[in-house]
Design a protein around this ligand. Structure first.
Ligand code: LLP
Length: 440
């Protein structure tokens, strides 16, 4: 397993994250446990800000990992925040994140969510459809505001990533396609609205992308489109938002570009293309999620039942699984693992790490090379900071894990472990059913 961020192996052969022993975290906070390396998370924010420089914007995509403490860190690091729902917006506002630094995304915002965003004073709505444009225009009018917006368009780019997380192609539920003329129609309608100010355009081509060419191509397609809009309407873009998508290292063979190289590719292409089109340089906006949160998070599990089927497979069951990390089941995502209490032992076995859900597909890692795992060992799976907690679920009524923030030998809970009472908090018992209980 590759060590990330502040991970170290101490003299007892234990993994440390943020100066705290992982087996000690498992003992003190229980498992499964999400552990977030604060130093690495902040370092990633800083790398982005430095790489994109003054004048451009880094908008952290909250869908990767969000809770109130994360919103505070994002604010402290000077980033903007992308939210995609009333729930994410509520989280950000509850953490006193400045609303003017919020970008409100979503392909099907409800009227209620739009009102919530307008009254909070969010900086930008990223408008996804013609109907949203009309609705937002009307609601902004009713509120007596001039709302700044970006229009999301689909540039028609196929990025090489899993089909479920590919979004830039024309056949997508997101955005207005340039190729069909709907994007141009959206621009005209936005410009005609008395209550909307069109600041720029947005696209997002997909996620977990290693190749820089699709990002360059997206920048070129988007700028060429704005040049067409300029010719047709005289409008000039202030902001070009190219979304997120930079990949991270999960397993051997993954080779993502550095944040600096990604930024240089985008900024260089924007400069060249604007020069060629005789356009002013717009502010460049990017929306990274995974490449900020992913490597900073690890999940700790306790090994339970170990089952060897001679000549077939060696199953090692842990106390979490698809409930806290649905990515392997959803996207065939791959992970590395290690035994956090035996980092120096020989990896002498090849095992299948299974979860505890009632699903045969609840497998976190196929063919993990580990020292022979025994009941009570602490398994660590790194690179689980993005799209794990935020995609977690209560299938089989498994409570969601806690999350701790670790730094310089200290661990603080930022999300409490769910309790059985939490699981019941929305259950309602009609009187008639309660009365039918033989025990009353
Ligand atoms: N901006 C927009 C409009 C997005 O839709 C997304 C991700 C991002 C930014 C951030 O992309 P990132 O930098 O994290 O790649 N659940 C999937 C990933 C879904 C991505 C959804 N949109 C997974 O676990 O791989």
């Amino acid at each position: 397993m590759r060590l990330r961020g502040t991970m170290r192996i101490n003299a007892s052969g234990h993994l440390e994250i943020g100066g705290v022993s992982a087996p000690a975290l498992a003992r003190d906070f229980g498992t499964p446990l999400y552990v977030l390396d604060e130093v690495l998370f902040r370092e990633n924010c800083r790398s982005y800000r430095k790489a994109f420089g003054q004048g451009n914007r880094v908008v952290y995509a909250g869908k990767a990992l969000i809770c109130t403490a994360i919103c505070r860190i994002i604010e402290e690091e000077g980033l903007y925040l992308d939210v995609v729902s009333g729930g994410e917006l509520f989280t950000a506002l509850s953490a006193r994140f400045p609303p003017e630094r919020i970008y409100f995304h979503g392909n099907n915002k409800s009227e209620e969510e739009i009102r919530q965003g307008i009254s909070a004073g969010v900086g930008r709505f990223v408008v996804d459809s013609l109907s949203e444009l009309d609705l937002l225009g009307r609601l902004a009018g009713e509120a007596g505001t001039l709302q700044e917006i970006l229009l999301r368009v689909t540039p028609g780019i196929e990025a090489h990533t899993h089909e479920y997380i590919r979004t830039g192609q024309i056949d997508s539920k997101f955005g207005l396609p340039i190729a069909t003329g709907q994007a141009m129609e959206g621009m005209r309608r936005a410009l005609a609205s008395a209550h909307l100010r069109l600041v720029g355009i947005h696209c997002h081509i997909g996620s977990q992308i290693f190749d820089l060419e699709p990002f360059r191509e997206a920048a070129r397609v988007m700028l060429n489109f704005t040049a067409e809009v300029r010719t047709a309407t005289g409008w000039l873009p202030e902001e070009l938002d190219l979304g997120g998508g930079l990949g991270i290292y999960y397993v051997s063979g993954d080779d993502p570009p550095a944040i600096g190289d990604y930024a240089a590719a985008i900024l260089g292409t924007v400069r060249e293309t604007c020069a060629a089109l005789g356009m002013f340089l717009p502010r460049v906006v990017v929306e990274p999620g995974r490449s900020i949160a992913g490597a900073a998070g690890s999940t700790l599990y306790t090994v339970g039942v170990v089952k060897e089927i001679a000549g077939v497979r060696h199953y090692v069951a842990v106390d979490g699984g698809m409930g806290d990390n649905p990515r392997p089941a959803l996207y065939q995502a791959q992970y590395e693992g290690a035994l956090a209490n035996r980092m120096l032992d020989e990896p002498a076995s090849v095992v299948t790490i299974a979860g505890k859900c009632c699903e045969s597909g609840d497998v976190l890692i196929h063919n993990a090379r580990l020292p022979y795992p025994e009941q009570g060992d602490v398994l660590v799976i790194p690179a689980t900071g993005a799209y794990n907690y935020t995609m977690s679920m209560n299938y089989n009524r498994l409570p969601r894990p806690a999350m701790v923030l670790v730094r310089e030998g200290k661990a603080e809970v930022i999300v409490a472990r769910e309790t059985f009472e939490n699981l019941l908090s929305n259950d309602r018992m009609p009187d008639s059913l309660w009365k039918s209980s033989p025990h009353t």
